[in-house]
Design a protein around this ligand. Structure first.
Ligand code: NI
Length: 179
């Protein structure tokens, strides 16, 4: 296993639409190595999600691992380490709420982003089976952020008020919720 460098905003791969992964590719040893590398890279970076394009692999693959419990986002439910191939997101309720988002590909910054808070994700698992997951609140935001990476989008694209794009150290020192 190895840790891969995480590419940053400005690298063209982050703006590409990732290609779908074929069912025949999922069970290959090189795919399992890539996933193990992504897990190691995510853990080393201390993040909660990593999409393959962030390590310059433009394929529809993302991993998410959210430790549950109290956090600055409130008391959140956990998502155990989950591998998503070819995820399709459906908004079940368009009502939005905002969170301060950060991204390993946009280091040092935070931005306040509004997104729908009730979604369903249909995806292919690491065993090549179809699965679906219904998520609310912060976890709905997390999957939308990660799957945006597979569509060549970054959270900064969704910021409506550019005064809400800030450096993380200043944000921690002066944290305020926007009205
Ligand atoms: Ni990100």
């Amino acid at each position: 296993m190895s840790i891969h460098p995480i590419i940053k905003m400005g690298h063209p791969t982050l703006r590409e639409v990732a290609r779908p992964v074929g069912l025949d590719e999922i069970d290959r040893p090189e795919m399992h190595t890539l996933i193990a590398d992504m897990v190691e890279t995510l853990h080393q970076a201390g993040g909660i999600g990593l999409a393959a394009p962030q390590i310059d692999q433009p394929i529809q693959l993302a991993i998410i691992e959210v430790p549950g419990g109290p956090s600055r986002y409130g008391d959140i439910e956990a998502i155990p380490l989950t591998v998503f191939f070819n995820p399709v997101l459906t908004v079940l309720n368009p009502e939005e709420s905002g969170y301060w988002e950060g991204c390993l590909s946009v280091p040092g910054l935070r931005g306040f982003v509004y997104r729908p808070q009730h979604v369903r994700v249909d995806y292919t698992t690491i065993s090549g089976e179809q699965a679906s997951l219904e998520l609310r609140g912060f976890l709905a935001t997390v999957v939308q952020h990660e799957f945006d990476h597979l569509a060549g989008k970054l959270y900064v694209d969704h910021i409506r008020d550019m005064t809400q794009l800030v450096f993380e150290d200043e944000w921690l020192a002066h944290q305020q919720e926007p009205d």
